[in-house]
Structure formats: C-alpha cells, structure tokens
Design a protein. Sequence first.
Length: 230
Amino acid sequence: MIETVLFGSIGVLAETSDIQRRAYNQGMVEAGIDWSWDRDTYRRLLTISGGQARLRLLADATNAQLSEDQIVGIHRRKTEIACSEISESKTPLRPGVAELVRWALGADKTLGLVTSTYRPNIDAIAKAAGSELSLDDFAVVLTTDDVARGKPAPDVYKAALELTGADPATTIAIEDTPMSVLAALTAGLRVIAVPGELSGGQPIAGAECVVDALADGSGMRPEVTSIIGL
C-alpha cells in the first residue's frame, strides 16, 4: 500500500523542457556567448542533472573560458525567461498529475516534491496550474538549495524521507529521466518513470513501469493504478 507520493523533477509536473532550452539560448545570446542548443543537443544535455552543471560541461568542452559568475548569471537569466513564459502561457500540468494529487489528498496520503532545480521554476509551474496544484498540499518541497549533492545522488530523496517520516517501502517516486530515477532507486524507493518530450527514448533501468503519461484520454494508466493502488 502506497502511503507517500514523491513527485521528482519539474518535468514530471509539466512539459517545460523546450521552454527551458529556448530560455538558455536567449540567456546565452544576451551574455554574448556564441552557443545555440538545438533540441537534439538539449536532449543529450538532459542526461546531466542541473542547469549550471550543463553550462560548466559545455564551457569545458568548448574551451569557452566562462567564469563561475558568468555561468551563474546565464543560469539566473535563463530561469527568469523560462519562468515568465511558463506563468504567462499558463503551461498545463502533464496528464494525470492533477488526478494523482487529488487522489492522494482524498486518500490522506503524503505528498512531496523533490527536485534538482530551483524554487522559482516550481513556483512558476504552480502559478500556471492555478487551483490544480497548490504547493500548500505538499508536506515537503525540496530543491537543489536544500541538499549538498543533486541527482543522481539520493540526497534530496533521503531528506524528504527524513522530513516526512515516510517508509521507503510504502513510498513511490515519479521521475522523468534516467539520472533522476537512479536517485530515487538509490534511496530505496520504487519508481514510476514518465519521460517527457525531450527525455523520452533514453534507456531507463529499474523503474516499476515506464509510461509516456500518468493518464490518457480514458483516465489514469492501468500500470500506474496497479502500482499505486488507486
């Protein structure tokens, strides 16, 4: 019996990868950096957890000589651009997210949100979702600022388990990339993988199931309901 549901990466909540990609490109142009990440490049970069880490990797690979202040500045500007678009365009939640949240609340389950991103991204998704997603309903909302190591290290999941008192044996994590799935597995959790538009196609090992959405036009996916016990 599942008692705790931990939503992982923001890509589990909403399809924002291409918004983030375009925001990176604009941020780099504004910083005078001659880079432009197409969809295939960004898809590969999603195997690295954390936006600043992706910028550092590309800086090293291309000998761009970016300072840490430049990397932080580009990432900060990217976040501003992406959050603005997410909020203003009212980016919808992915299918099944609102339904799973409603079920958990109605069944007196514990909800958590554990990510390797920064809080403004989460706030923007919640603002866009309106009444379908209230962060007040989550027992914990943890971000990269709350742990020493990001995913695939299990730190953020271990912190969530400690803060909620949840039993790993009755906790399910919802994740979208192989690196994030690994973080949950290393923390001793079962995982449902829901790859997004740009993370699909990557091999995912260890998940209870891999589905393209938690729900489809006829309702929650049977693989999901059987694991969670809806």
